[in-house]
Design a protein around this ligand. Structure first.
Ligand SMILES: Nc1ncnc2c1ncn2[C@@H]1O[C@H](COP(=O)(O)OP(=O)(O)OP(=O)(O)O)[C@@H](O)[C@H]1O
Ligand SMILES: [Mg+2]
Length: 465
């Protein structure tokens, strides 16, 4: 997790710049919103509660970086982050209460985030324990001998070190021999029998997309567990697998569930971010009517209390949503932000517009981001031993084509680059394994050869590009 203090608005924008080209207004807005939360946490308790997060509404055509900005923001802030599609809640079978599932899912994200962090610090300890348990499994009947080097661990009840009234020196040395072999990996393929716990805890690992049905299934699983007593199952596995299973099990025992929950709750409430995508799809024009619209407005009404701040019950306890940051985004090409119900509009005071992308942007998008498409293809083909490079002029051609096709047909923003590159490199991707050891330069001619005809044929480009 990044130190929040060092994330000045400038630093945030600089970080976003590594992945998203242009869109400076949007980057500044999210950077300020993020910074304001660290600022708020420094206020004295009384005034802290007064500061509500400045929720953001990002408006812009499709494929210009709305979702990308939100995704990068979450990663760099190390905050629990959840992306939902507003349309999800208008689907058949969803009822109002379900909008709250976004908070339940966010909390699940926070929980697993904190759990992973805590487990990372305990990994060494779990590995030590796993080694002892593996030795017990490999040397059945031989009592565990206390070696002076053995760590002084307080083992949980039921697992107290089996005190030996003198495991012979012989046994001890066998154990040490096995330990050495175990560490060297020479026993990795041996088969041992481990008992795998099917505990109710597994139910915690249900994430985003959890709906009522999943929750239901989970409770069914938990009930089944209750009935069967969360029984363990014997399973024969290699030492290599057993080690991982045992480490995971020990990690589960070592972490303090309550501490995780407490920390996760704090992080979710104070730093959590929910990104509501496609919000324009639930905005309805007043002149339209019908079943669909009713449910759209219904969803807005259901979202409202969550954005305004309310208590949502999750399996980790009650979460107060007052200070969670909500970022909503939508293309708003049919509806307008003013088509949202007024109360909801008011809860998204910060409006930022993202610009449509032009040829010059495409050029930079192809080359500059850390995960730029040309870099991705280069790395992919490198795994086949093919050295791929792009001539400057080829990049120019692709950018011009993307802008052209976007203008002539639907403007799908930077997504156009995906289809263009995919079509361009299809042949190469297919035959890459025959080209191992070779270098391939994509030239302007190559681009024209593959794409010119397609791009000039309306019908073809409609389907292919
Ligand atoms: N400004 C940009 N810089 C770099 N890459 C971009 C930019 N805009 C879009 N992309 C790339 O294009 C793809 C689509 O972008 P993104 O998912 O952010 O679109 P969006 O604005 O959320 O569109 P939609 O309204 O359809 O959800 C992603 O792969 C993203 O990396
Ligand atoms: Mg999007």
């Amino acid at each position: 997790m990044v130190e929040l203090d060092s994330l000045t608005p400038k630093a945030i924008v600089a970080e976003l710049d590594k992945y998203v080209i242009g869109q400076n207004k949007a980057k500044r807005a999210v950077a300020i919103a993020l910074r304001n939360r660290t600022r708020r946490l420094k206020l004295p308790e009384e005034s802290r509660d007064e500061v509500a997060p400045k929720n953001i509404l990002m408006i812009g055509p499709t494929g210009v970086g709305k979702t990308e900005i939100a995704r990068r923001l979450a990663r760099l802030s190390g905050a629990p982050f959840l992306k939902v599609e507003a349309t999800k809640y208008t689907e058949v079978g969803y009822v109002g209460r379900d909008v709250e599932s976004m908070i339940r899912d966010l909390m699940a994200v926070g929980y697993s985030m904190v759990k992973a962090e805590m487990q990372a610090t305990l990994r060494g300890e779990a590995e030590k324990r796993a080694e002892e348990i593996l030795l017990d499994l490999l040397l059945p009947g031989m009592k565990k001998k206390d070696t002076p080097s053995a760590p002084l661990v307080a083992l949980p009840a039921g697992e107290t070190a089996k005190e030996t009234d003198g495991g012979s020196a012989d046994q001890g040395s066998t154990r040490e021999k096995f330990r050495a072999m175990l560490r060297a990996g020479t026993l990795d393929d041996r088969v041992v029998e481990v008992s795998v716990q099917r505990s109710g805890n597994a139910g915690f690992e249900v994430f985003a997309g959890s709906s009522n049905i999943e929750d239901l299934e989970m409770s069914v699983a938990n009930i089944t567990n209750l009935i069967t007593g969360g029984k363990s199952k014997k399973k024969s596995v290699s030492v290599r697998e057993a080690r991982e299973i045992i480490i995971a099990e020990q990690l589960d025992k070592l972490v303090d569930q309550d501490k995780i929950t407490e920390e996760a709750k704090y992080r979710v409430e104070e730093t959590g971010i929910v990104f509501i995508d496609e919000i324009d799809k639930i905005a309805n024009r007043s002149d339209r009517s019908g079943g669909q619209d009713v449910s759209r407005e219904g969803v807005q009404r259901d979202i409202l209390p969550i954005v305004e701040g309310s208590n949502v019950t999750t399996k980790f306890g009650v979460i107060d949503t007052t200070h969670i940051l909500f970022i909503a985004a939508g293309a708003f090409n049919v509806s307008k932000p003013s088509d949202l119900i007024p109360e909801l509009q008011g809860r998204f005071p910060l409006r930022v517009e993202l610009e449509s992308l032009v040829e010059a942007d495409f050029r930079r998008i192809l080359l500059e981001p850390k995960n730029a498409l040309t870099k991705q293809y280069r790395d992919l083909l490198a795994t086949e031993g093919v050295t791929l490079s792009f001539a400057d002029e080829a990049i120019d051609r692709m950018s011009a084509l993307a802008a052209e096709v976007n203008a002539r047909m639907e403007n799908i923003g930077a997504r156009r680059l995906h289809t263009i590159l995919e079509t361009l490199l299809e042949d190469l991707s297919f035959n890459a394994n025959d080209l191992a050891g070779q270098s391939v330069e994509i030239t302007r001619e190559y681009v024209d050869e593959r794409l010119k005809d397609i791009s000039q044929d309306q019908d073809l480009s409609r389907y292919i590009l």
